[in-house]
Write a protein that binds this ligand. Sequence first.
Ligand code: SAH
Length: 205
Amino acid sequence: MGRNLVEIIRQMGMTDPRLLAAVAATPREHFVPPRSAGRAEQDTPIPIGHGQPTSQPSLVAQMIDALMLTDEDTVLEIGTGYGYQTALLAHLADRVYSVERYADLAEHARANLAAVGVTNAEVVVGDGTAGLPEHAPFDAVVVSAAAAAVPAPLIEQLVEGGRLVMPIAAGVADIVTLYAKRHGRLEQQRTVTPAQFVPLVGKHA
Ligand code: SAH
């Protein structure tokens, strides 16, 4: 039940008990294709179809850790994949809206979330670069695919003081970057880690 991953994440220096509890409570074997279930507890990306991976769990944890979520937050996630990150967010926040461009991946994610008892996350099929204006504003936004800049609609739909984490494409690597919204604009807080993400594909990317 996510214990190996908890140990890995703890050893990387993430000590927030709420985050560790969320990882412990989220069996990753439910969030990978059945043929890969045997290596779900390894801290590696795993292919989920359409040339997309489900991200490395420790990278997901680092991005979520940066957001410092409370159980009153409403979160927008772009790039649901198989829903692993969605499940962790759902443990830490009040409500999660997640957008995935591939309908079959979204369908898998819904089933996976239901299988582990997550009821406060909604998966929507569409272009996440437009955000979800009908559910805005969001206290936090996490983007799981890389682009050169943060899509403008996501900035608009973030509350003043809200946090956004996203990999910014920078040549060889992507740089996962944490921002906060101040005076209507994004201010960079810090870089979280370099990583490799799939490209964010959409109108505002
Ligand atoms: N958060 C996932 C990461 C999946 S990989 C996890 O926990 O593993 C990134 C995902 O982003 C892919 O499923 C891809 O289809 C999706 N994606 C890319 N561009 C998108 C867009 N504009 N809107 C919604 N989803 C997008």
